[in-house]
Write a protein that binds this ligand. Structure first.
Ligand SMILES: *Cc1c(COP(=O)(O)O)cnc(C)c1O
Length: 397
């Protein structure tokens, strides 16, 4: 692969860090090395940076500053939301409603809870990946403790009707968690307007550092605090208001806040720009390559997500061939791993197993140019043609 041209179209897996964020982090690694819990001035300085970061990030989602808890990842935020609420509120009920297309960071904690006496409802989705609000309302019982539906899907980009889900959760007085790791920084989020009680996000999905996440926890009344609502899942020192021990990653968090500031500034323009590129890929590929179709919703999808099925071939082969041309993409097919099952998300939207193996996810980002897309669209067709020629599945013409 040539070093000069590497086209990164896998921004849903992780994003390259923005150079402006690197500058911010470097500054804090050098200047703000104190422990934010210490009494001395360099510790207090770190405490101030932490406070300011909390403020910037909270205002981005219309939350209160004190309702943002920093974690080491989106996965940790999901685990804390799920196990923390389940542990604290088990007297209220043991029933939890989620969707059948959640990220593994949500799906697998729920499977653990299921082994431990919790009752789970995994709501089906339609062919676009949308849950049905009537299904949700019908599933609620007097034992329902938590509704957990992702904001936007990481594979097919579908954006769920979050505000409508929030209305239902509020009506039945059920706690509402959303895994917003993919949506955060790409679409408008307002935790009050949307009645969200818990929200997970991760810096590395919006050009921030890896290993920094957050959980928004709606403060159930000033005097009650988090402890009335959620149990910790780790025990140690008293950092992050006794809810999450371990020394706070202040430089990383300052980088997260910088990434949020940039997103706030550039989101609207970037969204328009990426939607144009996204739709250009979808239109060109489905019009020019036969036996190919789009997964997910045509419009109610993330600005940067394209997910296509190329019938008769393996997504993994396409990814590897594109990589040889210096283009990074990903697939929901998993033929080389232990399981032969393709992505649970593709199966949940009704894609046949044999088709699901031919999936390709192309996820755009801030650093994707139109030239990158043109290059991709030039390199893709011969790869598909070659793979289909050698495919045993290719239909006889
Ligand atoms: C990436 C991702 C996660 C995991 O976040 P990490 O910070 O990598 O742990 C969780 N949920 C969704 C929807 C994601 O896309």
């Amino acid at each position: 692969m040539s070093k000069s041209k590497y086209i990164y179209l896998d921004n849903a897996a992780t994003t390259p860090i923005d150079p402006r964020v690197i500058d911010e982090i470097n500054k804090h690694f050098l200047e703000t090395y104190g422990n934010s819990s210490s009494l001395h001035s360099i510790g207090q300085k770190a405490g101030q940076v932490l406070l300011k970061s909390r403020e910037i990030i909270a205002s981005f989602i219309n939350a209160n500053r004190d309702d943002i808890l920093f974690t080491s990842s989106g996965t940790e935020a999901d685990n804390l939301a799920i196990f923390g609420v389940a542990s604290k509120n088990k007297e209220r009920g043991n029933h939890i409603i989620t969707s059948s297309i959640e990220h593994h960071a949500v799906e697998n904690p729920y499977k653990e809870l299921e082994k431990n006496g919790f009752e789970l409802t995994f709501l089906p989705v339609d062919k676009y990946g949308l849950i049905d609000l009537k299904d949700l309302e019908d599933a609620i019982t007097s034992k329902t403790l938590l509704i957990s539906i992702m904001f936007a899907n990481n594979e097919i980009g579908t954006i769920e009707p979050i505000k409508e889900i929030g209305i239902i959760a509020k009506k039945y007085n059920v706690i509402f968690h959303t895994d917003a790791v993919q949506a955060f920084g790409k679409v408008q989020i307002d935790v009050n307007d949307m009645n969200i009680d818990l929200l997970s996000a991760s810096a590395h999905k919006l050009y921030g550092p890896k290993g920094v996440g957050l959980l928004y926890i709606r403060n159930k009344g000033i005097r009650e605090g988090w402890g009335k609502f959620i149990d910790p899942i780790m025990y140690g020192g008293g950092h992050e208001r006794n809810m999450r021990p371990s020394t706070v990653n202040v430089p990383g968090i300052a980088g997260f806040a910088k990434a949020v500031e940039i997103a706030k500034e550039e989101m609207e323009g970037e969204s328009k720009r990426q939607i144009k590129l996204r739709d250009k890929i979808i239109k060109w590929v489905t019009e020019n390559i036969e036996d190919t179709y789009l997964n997910g919703h045509p419009t109610q999808r993330l600005p940067n997500n394209v997910n296509l099925i190329f019938k008769y071939i393996e997504g993994e082969s396409i990814v590897l061939d594109l990589d040889m041309e210096g283009i990074a993409t990903s697939t929901g097919s998993a033929c080389s791993s232990d399981s032969l099952e393709p992505s649970h998300v593709l199966l949940a939207i009704g894609i046949k197993t044999e088709d699901a193996h031919g999936s390709l996810r192309i996820s755009l980002g801030r650093f994707t140019s139109e030239g990158d897309i043109d290059y991709f669209l030039k390199k893709l067709p011969p790869i598909i043609e070659r793979l289909r020629k050698i495919s045993p599945l290719k239909k006889k013409n």
